[in-house]
Write a protein that binds this ligand. Structure first.
Ligand code: ADP
Ligand code: MG
Length: 456
């Protein structure tokens, strides 16, 4: 059998077994480059794909090959370097300003392309959603719901910190249903908008109209549901909408920045509804996956990034995917302005600029200040080794927030709060984490501190 046909048959088998998104991410632009004495060499576009295939899909690939040709004993991977540098775009005459404008326009265009019947933005699909260990479960659940809405996990509840892909995933499910299942009515809405609609409907005596609008929806997607916290009347209306849809086996998909049990001031009946289906979280991506995301996004945007540049950025921007995209946009402007391929030095310069202006360097100070203000304790005392009860408590809250908000490692927090041992830090963090479960007061204090952090 010819190399091409052999690989096509293997791909056809694999495609049946994994999601479209994974398939597109990891198997696009692969081929068999050589078959020699029972050893098959597969050529792949870059090192990330190579590592991913050999770690995660090796068995599937070998099995697929052997199903067709039992004589195959071994599989190896090689990087096809020619596919890398073919898409450099050069734009000699454009100035930096024009380039920035072009990037802005492109974004604006994407915002404008939101479908007003469904609230969906077509740019969010499964095809451009990169899957890794950090979001595997959420992705699998979303994908399954997209295939069979209303029958598997209801509601589907996705939670993560900001910028890690909730909106993208929720919208991808909606877009998949819209495209693949004719006649299903999908409706996506941000919780803030949902709340303001309810409030204005109540005020204008238009509740019947409001209810009517949601009556025939088959898939209701509400993003950032944590904003319902403390809004009793809205929660009540939402509870009715929820039940009505749920009883008719309509699919409900929700996202939040925290799990249902941590959303404060949520009525018990809503909380138990939220917990009644499938809950999946999205974590921070690891360095490998961050590099893979960068590579994918760069390719989408016709930016050539070498592997070492990708790794460098992935290692140095350990924050959300949204921030990774921000870096990428800066690199695009840089490339277009200077009309050169971005090398490691250029990338370092761009990152240095970003880090100087980024908020993280003062976020530590900001959190420290906010905590100190709130508990009316001197910053110096918090950093000291004082065992006074109020000081210890504010120190523990600071540690908790550094971990939760900035994702600092335990040893690093130890270093930042006046040279403490990492076991002390772990102890403090878990103590507060436990307290939050049973102590309303601490919970309220924390949410107050968080609010003031955001508002400064
Ligand atoms: P959230 O809603 O959790 O704050 P978003 O869904 O808005 O995060 O994601 C932020 C940005 O990162 C978006 O531009 C989104 O397309 C991108 N993004 C997030 N997760 C992924 C992923 N797994 N693959 C590709 N892009 C992603
Ligand atoms: Mg979002």
């Amino acid at each position: 059998m010819q190399k091409e046909n052999l690989w096509q048959s293997v791909l056809a088998q694999i495609q049946l077994e994994i999601s479209d998104a994974s398939f597109n991410t990891w198997f696009k632009n692969t081929k068999i480059s050589e078959i020699e004495r029972g050893r098959v060499t597969i050529s792949v576009p870059n090192t990330f794909v190579r590592d991913w295939l050999s770690n995660k899909y090796h068995k599937k690939i070998l099995k697929g090959l052997r199903n067709i040709d039992p004589g195959i004993k071994e599989v190896g991977y090689t990087i096809n370097s020619s596919s890398n540098s073919s898409s450099v775009k050069t734009r000699n005459s454009e100035s930096k300003k024009e380039n920035e404008k072009a990037v802005d326009n492109q974004m604006e265009f994407q915002e404008l392309s939101i479908d007003h019947n469904t609230g969906l933005n077509p740019k969010y699909t499964f095809d451009n959603f990169v899957v890794g260990p950090f979001n595997e479960l959420a992705h699998a659940a979303g994908f399954a719901v997209g295939k069979n809405p209303g029958s598997l996990y209801n509601p589907l509840f996705i939670y993560s910190k900001t910028g890690l892909g909730k909106t993208h995933l929720l919208q991808a499910v909606g877009n998949k249903v819209k495209k693949e299942i004719k006649g299903k009515r999908v409706f996506y809405i941000q919780a803030q908008k949902f709340i303001s609609e309810i409030i204005s409907s109540i005020r204008n005596n238009k509740m019947e109209e409001f209810k009517y609008r949601y009556k025939d929806v088959d898939i209701l997607i509400i993003d950032d549901i944590q904003f319902l916290s403390g809004k009793e009347k809205t929660q009540e209306e939402f509870f009715h909408t929820f039940n009505e849809l749920y009883e008719k086996n309509k699919q409900i998909i929700l996202s939040s920045d925290r799990p249902p049990k941590s959303i404060s001031s949520l009525t018990d009946r809503l909380r138990s509804r939220f917990e009644g289906g499938m809950i999946a979280d999205i974590d921070y991506p690891d360095t490998e996956t961050r590099a893979a995301i960068l590579k994918t996004k760069a390719q989408e945007k016709d930016l050539t990034l070498s592997d070492d540049v990708c790794y460098y950025i992935a290692e140095n921007i350990q924050r959300s995917i949204r921030e990774l995209e921000g870096v990428l946009n800066k690199l695009i402007i840089q490339q277009q302005t200077k009309d050169t391929v971005i090398n490691l030095n250029e990338a370092k310069k761009v990152l240095k600029n970003i880090n100087q202006t980024s908020s993280t360097s003062f976020s530590f100070n900001k959190i420290l200040k906010t905590v100190a203000n709130f508990y009316e304790i001197n910053e110096k005392d918090i950093m000291s080794s004082s065992r006074k009860k109020e000081v210890v408590k504010s120190r523990q809250i600071l540690i908790y927030l550094l971990r939760e908000e900035l994702n600092y490692s335990y040893p690093y927090i130890g270093k930042k709060v006046g040279g403490k041992d990492h076991t002390t830090i772990i102890h403090s963090f878990s103590k507060i984490k436990k307290e939050i479960q049973k102590n309303e007061e601490i919970k309220e204090e924390l949410s107050y501190i968080k609010e003031s952090l955001m508002s400064v």
